[in-house]
Design a protein. Sequence first.
Lengths: 452, 89
Amino acid sequence: MIDTSEIIETIRMIESENLDIRTITMGISLRDCAGPEGGAARKKIYDKITSHAENLVSVGNEIALEFGIPIVNKRISVTPIAIVAESSHEEDYAPFARTLDEAARAVGVNFIGGFSSLVHKGYTRGDRILIASIPEALAATERVCSSVNVATTKTGINMDAVRHMGEVIRETAQLTKDRDSVGCARLVVFANAVEDNPFMAGAFHGLGEPECSINVGISGPGVVLSALKKLKGASFDEVAETVKRTAFKITRLGQLVAHEVSRRLGVPFGIVDLSLAPTPAVGDSVAQIIEEMGLESCGIPGTTAAVALLNDAVKKGGVMASSHVGGLSGAFIPVSEDQGMMDAVQRGSLSLEKLEAMTSVCSVGLDMIAVPGDTPAETISAIIADEAAIGVVNNKTTAVRIIPVIGKKVGDIAEFGGLLGKAPIMAVSGFSSRTFIQRGGRIPAPINSLRN
Amino acid sequence: MKAIVTVIGKDRVGIIAKVSGVLAENRVNIMDISQTILQDYFAMIMLVDLTEMKLSFSDLSEKLVEQGNTIGVQIKIQREEVFKAMHQI
């Protein structure tokens, strides 16, 4: 007989601490859908997605019921569309985005990622067209997510792409300005993007991946918070140990669900992403975990150390619990998806600069950051350049998902609605990075990339 | 296939009888029962064997939830693997 207290603990984690599976994401290769005729390619794409993912949602719901664990999102990621659409003779890839949107709607998933391009060394024709199509693609669809990789540790930073993306983000903001520039909430700029990330908006199905795979993202900030509340006054050794053990349990659930989804769908299991992903729900906040460690408000001195401890303990606990760990795997700090983060911004203790520091020790980057609508494209590019530098020099993934909310300024709140929540507009430096960004070219790869 | 049934709620007469009634009706064998008090609430945990059951898991789950609503307690059934996975190395 299983220990009663363990059963009660599990039930409590699910019922009152917001433990859930954040996403099961099916990655689908669209490499074989490429062809010279755009319409035919799109038909192949639609058919492939709808046939592979036909049962994703229903199987997800079945498993959620049987295991008694909410599986909050079912999503799809595909091969970067720049690669798939490139063989077609078309000059605009927004129709491909529409196809992805329709396919997502048909199978019932709420997001589909992969309207993407990998340009860390330079652009191909397909990359150029894809990136130019991003603003319209995002404005015209509801479920499509887009990402562009502009840097890697091995190749350095493509500063032409960085400059371009600042403009693309502004254009996307303009086209969706009637909805608080929500298009930008589905656009991520990466350094060292990974091929198997299950989370949106940066998910895509990388070129080294198989035909189809299942990747799972778990969520447990509420559980970690609860565990820490019992450790008032305890030393950091004990805090780290507790987070580690808690992460183990949370990840084990992800592993169990991943295997079961994979088995029932007949699709290979890819990875479990260990990221601690918050939601705006009460108690499900990473910022609150940081505050529980003893900081009056998230963002004050001590925050970077706290996030470093958290991120590391989550990885150590999670890695034992899963046969294959991947994706981003670390603490998430998306401002609009974490009530504690939003409160800290409004209190004035959390700034963009501190968030940047935090990204050097945790996984994700500057995520879901709303900034004033008049922020210049070059400033946005410079923010991307800084994040890319952190990622490239430290051999980790970093990303920027920034939303210049047209018509709003510091102190206002942007409302994105639905899954994307809302965000307080954060202050950005008013000094100009224009001359810096206009230089263009490539920042060479750092010396530590020479590992052979 | 084994599952864990948890019953949580304010204590009253007949909880065990009513819940076991639903299980017996559907040929679900109770292998072990444990009871504990969690704050003011009554919590019962049963390890059950679903091998002989003719109903689907979701149908059984629905019946238990309904029964729970009638009695005034929360009943949940989950496959055993969830607990094994989380608490055993």
